[in-house]
Ligand binder design. Structure first.
Ligand code: XMP
Length: 508
């Protein structure tokens, strides 16, 4: 495996993903982790991430000295390279100005660049620079501006690079990372098949003969987890699917079909639509809607959990992913030390489950690969995210059964059309929003009033920022015609051309 020490770079997770794309297992630890902690991961190599700090800042995060002196092959990226150079007897200086953007390596040599000929474009973002090498080290890359863009240790197994091989703006960066893994002799056995076998064995060892419950939402994570657990523990699993009445058209049927391998007995569908709708009656404030849906969900789930707990269920499985638990430098997020025996997700004190989180070391795309192996149907495997509060936050104003019905039909036309035009996978998320606005139209010779429906589709990597999707005009034209024809309550269709920020993805 590879341990990535995080010094606060925005790219640290990307490094971890790239290494896993190269089929090597990687974990992220805080940059200041002790050598002992690092060794507990049994790494074959270490990567030092970049970071926003300067090595001249007395408070900048630093690896324990022992970490840089140990013999494992190490790759320092940007700030990581500067730390390395400074600690091992070289010199770092303030460059005076910041080198930022695409740079070209005019010179590069040695095995880190094996298979890469000629000038190489790499992404740079730094203002300090290495000006003197530690004793015995060699320069292996240069740019016009930067005579020390890459360095290698005397034993030729440890490297520093000033550029960021992990980002897309370094088109051959993956080759550099792969060369490093090869030179370090890192095992490349992190295949989906291997991951699946490991997870199945881990779950079986942990759970033994005990019973497991799981809440499924219809999203890819919980559905994949349901299939994994069904394979691992068979009949000892009960998956609970709460239908809150705020789902899309046919969604419940799709989820039931996808989870059929669990068998009828192991999938419990709770129809709670009436409870949710009554609780939402008269509510117009979006944050209030979110709170109510969250509260009702816990109420229904608690009822199910209590019943199962009385039948001896001991484990509660959750589809927590690695990005939720990474304990990285300075971010303060994550919860690497989650206790395995605690009170979970708002359940009351007296209801104790042990928490089972088989995916807590996986990234989303790795879960999707597992989903493929486990036979999760494509529409669910490649599904866009869908918010927990469901359609309640896509009906601006009060949620009523009539409005849900209108929105469901219109949304289904939009989403099915995206699939028909092979556009669904080209966008990250698509949705329809029913506004309370009524606008004037004309049908035949009559004036008519109909709702204004908003359509939105976005492209995004992390959902923190998003760009509105440039869907073909002919496509939008067809969708608007279909919706106004088949859903007569809607009089006008508009397409949202606002990016995030300033707009959010959802309208509420
Ligand atoms: P926004 O609207 O904040 O959405 O740009 C970013 C992503 O989060 C989803 N979203 C939610 N998911 N509960 C959820 O589970 C919520 O209350 C919620 N609000 C927004 C949204 O669909 C998008 O993917």
């Amino acid at each position: 495996s590879v341990v990535i020490l995080d010094f606060g770079s925005q790219y640290t997770r990307l490094i971890a993903r790239r290494i896993r794309e190269l089929r090597a297992y990687s974990v992220i630890l805080p940059g200041t982790a002790s050598l002992e902690r690092i060794k507990a991961e049994n790494p074959q190599a270490i990567i030092l991430s970049g970071g926003p700090a300067s090595v001249f800042d007395p408070h900048s995060p630093r690896p324990a000295a022992a970490v840089l002196e140990q013999p494992l092959p190490t790759l320092g990226i940007c700030y990581g390279m500067q730390l390395m150079a400074q600690t091992l007897g070289g010199k770092v200086e303030r460059a005076g100005r910041r080198e930022y953007g695409k740079a070209v390596l005019t010179q590069h040599s040695g095995p880190l660049f094996a298979g890469l000929e000629g000038e190489l474009q790499m992404w740079m973002s730094h203002s300090d620079a290495v000006t003197e090498l530690p004793p015995g080290w060699r320069v292996i890359a240069q740019t016009e501006e930067n005579p020390v863009a890459g360095i290698a240790s005397p034993d030729g197994r440890t490297f520093g690079v000033q550029f960021h091989p992990e980002v897309v703006h370094s088109p051959k960066g993956m080759q550099v990372l792969e060369n490093f893994l090869e030179l370090a002799g890192v095992a490349r056995d992190w295949t989906p098949e291997h991951t699946l076998e490991t997870l199945l064995a881990d779950v079986r060892a942990k759970v033994g003969n005990d019973k497991v419950m799981l809440a499924v939402s219809g999203g890819v994570d919980s559905s994949t987890l349901a299939l994994l657990l069904a394979r691992a523990v068979g009949d000892k699993l009960t998956a609970v699917f709460v239908d809150h009445g705020l789902l899309r058209l046919n969604e419940r049927r799709e989820v039931e079909a996808a989870l059929r391998p669990l068998g009828d007995k192991n999938l419990r569908v709770v129809d709670a639509a009436q409870e949710f709708l009554s609780a939402l009656r008269g509510v117009t404030d979006p944050e209030q809607k979110r709170k109510i849906v969250g509260r009702e969900f816990i109420r229904v789930f608690e009822r199910e959990a209590r019943a199962l707990s009385e039948q001896g269920y001991r484990w509660l499985a959750q589809g927590t992913l690695y990005p939720d638990v990474i304990e990285s430098a300075g971010s303060g997020e994550g919860s690497a030390n989650i206790k395995s025996h605690h009170n979970v997700g708002g359940l009351p004190e007296d209801l104790k489950f042990e928490l089972l989180e088989p995916f807590r070391y996986l990234f989303k795309d790795e879960v999707r690969e597992l989903a493929l192996l486990l036979g999760l149907p494509e529409p669910i495997r490649m599904r866009h995210p869908f918010p927990g509060p469901g359609l309640s936050i896509r009906i601006l104003g009060e949620v009523t059964p009539e409005k849900l019905d209108i929105l469901r039909r219109a949304d289904d036309i939009f989403i099915s059309s995206l699939r028909d035009w092979n556009l669904y996978d080209t966008v990250s998320q698509a949705l329809a929003v029913l506004t309370p606005l009524q606008s004037v139209g004309v049908i035949g010779d009559e004036r008519s009033y109909g709702y204004v429906l908003g359509l939105r589709a976005v492209s995004t990597v992390d959902f923190m920022t998003a760009d509105w999707a440039r869907l073909p005009l002919d496509f939008l034209d067809e969708v608007a015609r279909k919706i106004t024809r088949q859903v007569p309550e809607i009089g006008r269709v508009v397409y949202d051309i606002t990016s995030k920020p300033p707009a959010t993805i959802e309208w509420e």
